[in-house]
Design a protein around this ligand. Structure first.
Ligand SMILES: Cc1cc2nc3c(=O)[nH]c(=O)nc-3n(C[C@H](O)[C@H](O)[C@H](O)COP(=O)(O)OP(=O)(O)OC[C@H]3O[C@@H](n4cnc5c(N)ncnc54)[C@H](O)[C@@H]3O)c2cc1C
Length: 382
């Protein structure tokens, strides 16, 4: 087992950090205040190739292997201080582009993937409904078959990227007679589909630069060739999608944790109280030690997942462990960073309070911490 990155990978990591630091960090406080999505930054990321990292070259992507993709996302999280933009990119990649790459027909891949890689099209995925969150498969949205099309009715809420996206992977019941395992299908829905409206844009506590909305479908006619995968396979597609998302999305948080850790070390050495650097007080240095422990362990589980995916193996248990460990570790690191910086940590100018607000959502989206603990205990045989 080797934990060495090769020279090419290290140079790739440095290039993404430099790109993100130079191109993506302007007007962060103001953009957060106004909940402004950085469209120009999005396009720069597309031009840099980020939106095509996991997609094969024949569809306009970069064809990176899972471990190198993880390293790149870590670099993006380290360099880019706009967690909302990083989240929007991850959401687009793992819940839309990779789903189409894994389950789309050849025609669907040709039609959607090049634009998703170029950033001229943005993706999202729509499963959550007002009455089905953690119990996602208790959804009420229906897509009733009518010959060569389906009639889609229902509401999807808390959908990331919805107000700015072009394409949504949308899940609906196509057979009301059977359970979720066979009765749900996935569809590739374009924002211009007649009958689809984006009715609400949610204002959030964190990740404010990543727009979130509600999709309402009223008697939408969805052609059969917009179905993703076979009819009734929505459950499998969702499980696969969410496994990729859980595995990779949090790589960026590890990069951000590393940057915050370094900032805290530097501050603890510089800031003096009672005639000494505050880092000489165990109350401060212990927090830094715990940050370091979380960071190192987060990398271990993350790289294990990258290796499993690279080997074509399943990572259901590992991705749940990773999701809980990294999202909660990120939140704790942000909270401790505020404490170490005292009042400076709490005020907007120093940005740490924003990171803390951004970090909370990671324990809710892509399956809550509680749901992942259920999965981990079930897969452990309880
Ligand atoms: C920033 C953000 C982005 C999101 N993006 C998307 C998106 O792009 N697409 C999408 O479809 N959805 C998205 N969501 C929605 C997200 O998937 C849901 O919020 C999540 O699944 C939880 O559902 P809920 O909010 O309805 O909470 P509920 O399911 O109502 O849960 C409420 C509480 O009860 C707990 N709970 C529920 N069931 C159990 C159980 N069996 N055991 C223990 N505890 C339980 C939960 O853990 C939680 O603490 C997003 C959410 C956020 C915050």
């Amino acid at each position: 087992m080797s934990f060495d990155w090769d020279l090419e990978q290290l140079s790739f990591y440095r290039s993404i950090v430099t790109f993100a630091q130079q191109e993506l960090n302007a007007d962060l406080i103001e953009n957060d205040r106004r909940s402004h999505f950085n469209q120009a930054g999005w396009q720069k990321c597309a031009d840099f190739g980020i939106l095509g990292w996991p997609i094969s070259k024949e569809y306009g992507g970069q064809g990176l292997d899972p471990l190198t993709t993880i390293l790149g996302l870590e670099g993006l999280g380290y360099g880019c201080k706009d967690n909302g933009l990083v989240f929007a990119i991850n959401n687009h990649l793992w819940s839309c582009a990779v789903s189409i790459a894994n389950f789309g027909t050849e025609a669907q891949k040709q039609q959607y993937l090049p634009a998703l890689c170029q950033g001229t099209s943005m993706g999202g995925h729509a499963i959550t409904e007002p009455n089905s969150g953690s119990a996602a498969f208790e959804m009420q949205t229906e897509a009733i078959p009518h010959g060569d099309y389906y009639i889609l009715n229902g509401t999807k809420t808390f959908i990331s990227n919805a107000p700015v996206a072009d394409v949504y992977i949308t899940f609906a019941r196509t057979n009301l007679e059977v359970g979720a395992q066979q009765g749900i299908s996935a569809f590739i829905i374009h924002k211009d589909l007649p009958g689809l409206t984006i009715e609400k844009e949610w204002e959030k506590s964190g990740l404010r630069t990543a727009p979130m909305g509600e999709l309402v479908f009223k008697d939408c006619k969805v052609p059969v060739n917009h179905r993703l995968g076979k009819e009734g396979r929505g459950h499998n597609i969702f499980q696969s999608t969410i496994s990729w998302e859980r595995s990779f999305l949090f790589a960026s948080q590890v990069g951000t944790m590393e940057r915050i850790f370094e900032q805290c070390v530097s501050y603890a050495k510089k800031r003096k109280q009672f005639g000494q650097p505050i880092g000489s007080f165990q109350g401060v240095s212990n927090k830094i030690a715990e940050m370091k422990m979380r960071l190192e362990l987060a990398k271990l589980i993350l790289y294990k997942i990258g290796w499993l995916k690279k080997e074509g193996k399943q990572a259901f248990l590992e991705s749940s462990i990773s999701k809980v460990f990294i999202s909660e570790g990120f939140m704790k690191t942000c909270q401790d960073a505020i404490q170490i910086h005292g009042a400076r940590g709490y005020v907007t100018d120093y940005e740490l309070e924003r990171y803390f607000r951004d970090s909370i959502a990671g324990t809710i989206y892509a399956g809550t911490s509680e749901i992942h603990r259920n999965i981990i205990s079930t897969l452990s045989g309880v």
